[in-house]
Write a protein that binds this ligand. Structure first.
Ligand code: F6P
Length: 366
């Protein structure tokens, strides 16, 4: 009898998810007696009243390494331990459906789960592992903020998209002598901002790890203008904090939503710069979900495929309770315990790319 692996994609979508699924399915097929089942919309496929899963064979994964999104859908709300349920009076409450999940895993004869997701998903992986589920994690996020791995897949694609956005903003900024602020994603980590600022040649890069002073940025802007002519390109991470200590965003509103909805850091900076006396025309562009959609770069397809193959390898060797990681040059693994202990932020004291950026005059507003 063949053994069954359940694949789950959780959290926000990310370029490369399909390439991971393809890597798992192809290597499982080559190995022989394995069936891969996809759980639809993260764990929801096994938590809803009606089960929604799909067998994933070589046919389903053919050519999907170049497709963005995930063929088995995803959600960043809820999960087995806080599943949103509508009450008879129309309100929503979350309930623990982990017991139901365990029963259904048993009914389906699932040997192990491969959970492809970010920090929230890997926290769920750890909790399920503690309940005796055979778990293997795969690190996914454009934010690159997962611990124990050099890179998560999806990050390089987001950086490329942000870099291309800066390239485009440079020509329009220069033509109009404007200041452009590009707001990029990344949650509380500045990786996308830092890498794209370097790739796109921004003048200012604002990251959550360094509190900025608008007056310092205002001064930097002036160095970019001579006799009224010039332009300035600023990249700001959505989780940026100015010296007032505040971040721009809204508290979670939907039931089962965990995070503050970040957004508005670019606009906030614009007003702060105007208040600090900047007279040049300032425009704000929010890149948003463009950073997550579309075709993954070759780099992410390759990393995602290697992660998928390794994840299957860990299942085969019964090395459960671990997440696949990239520690250059090895694709290896780390325990879920270690992975969820902390997030991966830029260390302003030691990060060599931040040092590089400073050495070419990029201001961090500090
Ligand atoms: O974690 C990935 C990410 O794209 C963050 O960079 C961003 O803050 C968040 O997800 C946006 O989530 P949503 O798709 O729910 O708006």
């Amino acid at each position: 009898m063949s053994k069954r692996i359940l694949v789950v994609t959780g959290g926000g979508d990310c370029p490369g998810l399909n390439a991971v699924i393809r890597g798992i399915v192809k290597s499982a097929k080559l190995d022989g007696n394995w069936e891969v089942i996809g759980c639809i919309e993260s764990y929801n496929g096994l938590l809803k009243d009606k089960i929604e899963v799909m067998p994933i064979t070589e046919k389903e994964v053919s050519g999907i390494h170049i497709r963005g999104g995930t063929i088995i859908k995803t959600t960043n709300r809820g999960g087995p331990f806080n599943f949103p349920v509508q009450q008879s009076d129309g309100t929503w409450k979350t309930e623990d459906r982990s017991k139901l999940l365990l029963e259904r895993l048993d009914d389906l004869g699932i040997e192990a789960i491969i959970s492809i997701g970010g920090d929230g998903s890997q926290r769920i992986s750890l909790e399920l592992a503690k309940l005796g589920v055979n778990m293997v994690g795969v690190p996914k996020t454009i934010d690159n903020d997962l611990a124990c791995t050099d890179f998560t897949f999806g990050f390089q694609t987001a950086v490329q998209i942000a870099t291309e956005a800066i390239d485009k903003l440079v020509t329009t900024a220069e033509s109009h002598n404007r200041v452009f602020i590009l707001e990029v994603m990344g949650r509380d980590a500045g990786w996308i901002a830092l890498h794209s600022a370097l790739g796109g040649g921004a003048d200012v890069c604002i990251i959550p790890e360094i509190m900025y002073d608008p007056a310092v940025i205002a001064k930097k802007i002036e160095t970019r203008y001579f006799n009224g002519e010039g332009f300035c390109n600023i990249v700001i991470a959505e989780g940026a904090r100015s010296s007032d200590g505040n971040i721009a965003g809204k508290s979670p509103t939907a039931i089962g939503e965990q995070h503050v909805k970040l957004g508005g850091a670019g606009d906030k900076l614009k007003y702060e710069l105007e208040a600090a006396g900047v007279k040049h025309d300032i425009r704000v562009t929010v890149l948003g979900h463009l950073q997550r959609g579309g075709t993954p770069l070759a780099y992410d397809r390759i990393l995602a495929t290697a992660f998928g193959v390794k994840a299957f390898g860990l299942v085969k060797e019964k090395k459960y309770g671990n997440m696949v990681v990239y520690n250059h040059p090895e694709i290896t693994y780390a325990s879920l315990d270690e992975v969820v202990k902390k997030l991966n932020f830029i260390n302003p004291q030691t990060n060599s790319l931040l040092w590089t950026a400073k050495k070419i005059g990029i201001s961090f507003g500090d």
